[in-house]
Design a protein around this ligand. Structure first.
Ligand SMILES: CC(C)(COP(=O)(O)OP(=O)(O)OC[C@H]1O[C@@H](n2cnc3c(N)ncnc32)[C@H](O)[C@@H]1OP(=O)(O)O)[C@@H](O)C(=O)NCCC(=O)NCCS
Length: 145
């Protein structure tokens, strides 16, 4: 089931974050997680089965034409069952913007395949964004409406 994240989800969300991005210096730390749960520009969705097993966080600032997918994560034992795809489709339905954009590590082939499957295309590259040897790819999907 997909639902909006609540403040009481903070610890479960942090568990997903720390499990999915164990060595990523860009991962969301607990104070930022709490801040995002209060942020009125954040669309924060969770996916729940027996436990909270995935989330997507999107930032939708008024002045920006595109909303930004800030983070997306699914616990390892829940992957390859369409959960990320369902979360992203839900985001598209709720998002009142001209489109969605995001950055991913250029070595994250699973995420790249996921976004390509959903119609995103690569729009740029930021050299050394994640680590000196790891670039970010910018991806974008423009809505028709
Ligand atoms: C990337 C991630 C979010 C995908 O979640 P998921 O729920 O397993 O993805 P889905 O089951 O919805 O997969 C949908 C599509 O994505 C692609 N995909 C997902 N995982 C893949 C993998 N390991 N290898 C190749 N393609 C993959 C496929 O095209 C898949 O469609 P298919 O099942 O018809 O082949 C998940 O692997 C994850 O949390 N990774 C760690 C965190 C991360 O990298 N987040 C994204 C960057 S912010």
């Amino acid at each position: 089931m997909i639902r909006l994240a609540k403040r009481t989800d903070a610890k479960a969300l942090q568990y997903v974050e720390d499990t999915c991005f164990p060595s990523d210096r860009h991962r969301i730390l607990y104070p930022s997680m709490l801040y995002m749960l209060r942020n009125k520009h954040a669309l924060f969705l969770v996916y729940e089965e027996d436990i909270l097993c995935a989330y997507v966080l999107v930032l939708c600032y008024d002045r920006n034409r595109f909303a930004r997918i800030y983070s997306l994560a699914v616990l390892p034992e829940y992957r390859r069952r369409g959960i990320a795809e369902k979360l992203l489709i839900d985001v598209e339905q709720r998002c009142k913007k001209g489109g969605l954009k995001l950055e991913i590590r250029d070595d994250n082939l699973a995420a790249m395949d996921l976004y390509k499957k959903l119609g995103y295309s690569v729009s740029g590259r930021k050299r050394g964004y994640y680590e000196p040897t790891v670039d970010a790819l910018e991806m974008v999907k423009i809505f028709d409406n």
